[in-house]
Write a protein that binds this ligand. Structure first.
Ligand SMILES: Cc1cc2nc3c(=O)[nH]c(=O)nc-3n(C[C@H](O)[C@H](O)[C@H](O)COP(=O)(O)OP(=O)(O)OC[C@H]3O[C@@H](n4cnc5c(N)ncnc54)[C@H](O)[C@@H]3O)c2cc1C
Length: 491
């Protein structure tokens, strides 16, 4: 039986392990941390539970697809669809609750922003059709293997090229579409879901709004960490072995063929390796001496984040599960993230509160606030100073918007910043998604899901094709399994 070493137990690593074990391979997962799940992990601070990384969950069907693959009932992964996609707080005091679903969103844009509901509906419908057209050729297929993307869907995808907005920025597409700048700002926010700037990323990326607005976010019962816990359990049932607290230091190869890995504790011979670690570090740390694909790896990096985890000892009725407090000058905020790489004085703040629906996540008279602002990557800035400034800005802005000083209600707290994202999850310079999508061609500058130099080496996770976010990491694993099947003639 062929042996596989998966490096990293993030969503891309776990889902690769499931798919390869299902193909009959002997799979072992090596994880540097003592916990499974990568960024999808949870922690308790006193009596408050926090999801430490992702909070917006779309396409739960992809988890169900894995359950079906291993003949498990979908009920082992319960989740709820949220009726509200997000609550928005604008600087002028306007508050808008945006529901999930195309028709309801269109109506809300009419009442809140004065947009024509039929025009908004047509736009959202166009995004939905773009998404459906791109899915089979771009999202669940390798862009680097003709026989994968050259399928029946290709003509539909080509026919829709004029509707993607590939050569125009997301922000320009949205300003053209909507008369109220607030509607455009709301749509522009979706660029941050893959760590990019709406003023530079192509309009094509508006398809993210299809998932957020048309389909609406879901929430696993028990929180986001249930995603990695469910995948981990499936791995165990399929006989996957886990080596926790064991960092991989080298991918061994001979004659352009993978021969094994060396970890901090052992030499492990194997025919196949799937790297779920940041692709930059895979080359820089594990493949020293191998050709470095500089054109791909030297692209501008995606943004990072500062997150405060605040246990609040009171309830805030104005807030929902997902809340955004917009910056007044959105463009200046992205300039600060990508150009000057500094901390912005009036950042857009995202507040996520699972205890709004998961009552066990906080005491009855309290809430678990995950407070996030987008941040530049780590290039040696004074992060202690930035974190302290950002904490003050968040408290001031949220207190103003909510009409009371929130500081006295913070009972317990912790935080994450780009240094920690780099140290704990091994993200290059703390970037969350590897390369940014800040150019029209960035999709073509993501690393393939397989190595062109070493037979038996594959890549899954958000730093490679098809890109950032949990759904795409799950699809990267699907592509890895397809490539392995093709390369080793497995059925
Ligand atoms: C603050 C924050 C907010 C986010 N919000 C969202 C969101 O709302 N929605 C969303 O879909 N996504 C979000 N993301 C991104 C999300 O975390 C990823 O899309 C998802 O977790 C998939 O990650 P991955 O498979 O690339 O693996 P990762 O989670 O990056 O895991 C990689 C694993 O590899 C391990 N590893 C690295 N090097 C080695 C080595 N040498 N040896 C052994 N192990 C190694 C690491 O320890 C880690 O466990 C967010 C991320 C952050 C940080």
């Amino acid at each position: 039986m062929m042996k596989v070493a998966v490096i990293g137990s993030g969503i891309g690593g776990l889902s690769s392990a499931i798919r390869l074990a299902k193909l009959g391979l002997k799979v072992s997962v090596f994880e540097a941390n003592e916990f499974v799940g990568g960024k999808v992990n949870e922690q308790w601070l006193g009596s408050y539970r926090f999801d430490m990384g992702p909070s917006v969950f779309t396409e739960p069907e992809l988890i169900e697809e894995l359950l079906t693959l291993v003949n498990k009932d979908k009920s082992v992964f319960p989740y709820r669809r949220l009726e509200e996609s997000c609550r928005y707080f604008f600087e002028d005091g306007q508050q808008v609750v945006v529901p999930s679903g195309m028709e309801k969103v269109a109506e809300t844009f009419q009442t809140a922003f004065g947009e024509s509901s039929s025009r908004t509906f047509r736009f959202l419908n166009r995004l939905s059709r773009n998404y459906q057209a791109l899915y089979p050729v771009f999202i669940e297929a390798s862009l680097h293997r003709r026989k994968q993307w050259m399928n029946r869907g290709i003509w539909k995808a080509i026919a829709r090229i004029p509707f993607y907005g590939m050569t125009t920025s997301m922000s320009k597409v949205n300003r053209r579409q909507f008369k109220n700048p607030k509607s455009a700002q709301l749509l522009n926010r979706m660029a941050t879901y893959n760590g990019s700037s709406p003023y530079r990323t192509p309009g094509l990326l508006n398809i993210i709004s299809h998932l957020e607005l048309n389909e609406g976010p879901a929430m696993p019962v028990g929180g986001m960490a249930r995603i990695s816990q469910t995948l981990h359990q499936l791995c165990l049932e399929l006989g996957v072995t886990f080596y926790l607290g064991e960092r991989v230091e080298e991918i061994r190869h001979d004659n352009q063929q993978v021969t094994g890995i060396r970890t901090t504790k052992q030499d492990f011979p194997c025919e196949l390796v799937v790297s779920n670690m940041d692709v930059h570090f895979t080359y820089e740390r594990l493949l020293k001496g191998l050709h470095y694909p500089a054109k791909i790896l030297n692209q501008e990096k995606s943004s990072s984040a500062i997150v405060f985890y605040w246990g609040m000892k009171t309830n805030f009725d104005q807030l929902g599960v997902h809340n955004i407090f917009f910056a007044k000058d959105y463009r200046a905020e992205f300039d600060s993230i990508f150009k000057t790489k500094t901390c912005f004085a009036d950042p857009t703040i995202y507040v996520h509160i699972t205890s709004k629906v998961e009552k066990a996540d906080a005491p009855e008279e309290g809430e678990n606030w995950f407070v996030m602002v987008n941040a530049p990557i780590n290039v040696g800035q004074d992060w202690d100073e930035f974190v302290s400034q950002t904490r003050q800005s968040c408290i001031a802005k949220l207190s103003k918007a909510l009409g009371k000083d929130i500081a006295p209600y913070i009972e317990v707290e912790a935080h994450t910043d780009p240094r920690k994202i780099e140290a704990v999850y091994f993200g290059k310079q703390g970037s969350i998604y590897g390369n940014s999508s800040n150019s029209a061609f960035s999709a073509f500058y993501r690393h393939p899901n397989f190595s062109k130099t070493l037979k038996g080496l594959y890549f899954a996770g958000v730093t490679v094709h098809p890109g950032g976010g949990i759904p795409l990491a799950l699809n990267s694993a699907k592509i890895v399994a397809r490539c392995v099947k093709e390369d080793f003639h497995l059925s």
